[in-house]
Design a protein around this ligand. Sequence first.
Ligand SMILES: *Cc1c(COP(=O)(O)O)cnc(C)c1O
Length: 397
Amino acid sequence: MGDKYPQDYEDWSFDTRAVRAGLTPTNESEHSTPIFATSSFLFDSAEQAAARFAGDEPGNIYSRFTNPSVRVFEDRLTALEEGQWCQGTASGMAAVTGLCLSLLQAGDHIVSSRSIFGTISVLFETILPRLGIEVTFADLADLDSWKSAIKPNTKLLFLETPSNPQTAIGEVAALTALAHDNGAWLAVDNCFCTPALQKPFALGADFIVHSATKYLDGQGRCIGGAILGVDPEHEETVRKFVRTTGPTMSPFNAWVFTKGLETLRLRMKAHCENAQKVAEYLAAQPQIAKVFYPGLASHPQHELAKQQQNGFGAIVSFEVDGGREAAWKIINNVKMLSITANLGDTRTTITHPATTTHGRVSEAEKAKAGVTEGLVRIAVGLEEADDIIADLARGLA
Ligand SMILES: *Cc1c(COP(=O)(O)O)cnc(C)c1O
């Protein structure tokens, strides 16, 4: 590694880290990072092979363990999140599953926010209990409900903030203190804010998980995820788990995500600006009963969001009178917005949570999460804000 590629990124600001951290050039003088499409790596000798396998000599062996393209992504995301290590994974779900299964064992207990990504709920409600790991759900914004859910065997507190689709805010510093007072860890799914808007490690979190599929790529191309931490002992445990069980990130996807990180802050800033305009427009429409967006002064946790985040994100949801019929009518009447449950794309998406992302959630849990029949969720993209608003006006007409 020459002087042209200094890796002591401590002194670099976020934007410089985003475009330069993690570069490990080969002897080919390439400027952009290459894709190492190779399953295995050569050794100079039998002795070297033995030393690599024994762990006596650092270096690549096989891409299920390490791959230089994946390493660039991991090092860059570590620099952006201000953590100590990062393990790339095949998906966001592989990151959450990997975190739980590498750290926990039968007899352990998790307290999780009730308002989490639907598939994580399925993991927590059906798969982990089968392995003897119990989960209790708490209300993200209600510290007392977390306190009363904690048990002597609680090992992990898990949350995502702002929540989806209700945009409730979890107070990361207070929940970290609660976790640590009870001998547990705190993990934050930082998918919606990304490190451009929120730094969970600076607030005390022990782990961050990502679905890189969303804003880290930001362009709707690849599935991937990441587990990040600060403790070297946890790094060993998590890497060993992923290497052994195999939910590894592909080098091609890692390359796409690395490129995505280069524009992350600029994209998030533009997402936030558009979302603010869309939320303000919706709040002024008489047929809309309620708009959920942390950037509105009417949001109950607007002040906390301002304090904890560096921007309010791109998820806006709203409730219309008239239930499912009225909500579906809006979704069917827009022409430009994409009807899809995905988010974190350049294109604005619109969805009806009650019958899509939360379709398999019980009525009682839906009610607790505020997912009503009249609720519509928009993940605001990077089109011109006026065009998004004009399309919504068509939907509401
Ligand atoms: C999409 C998503 C996940 C799961 O990520 P995949 O890449 O789809 O496996 C986890 N958490 C949040 C908040 C998500 O939006």
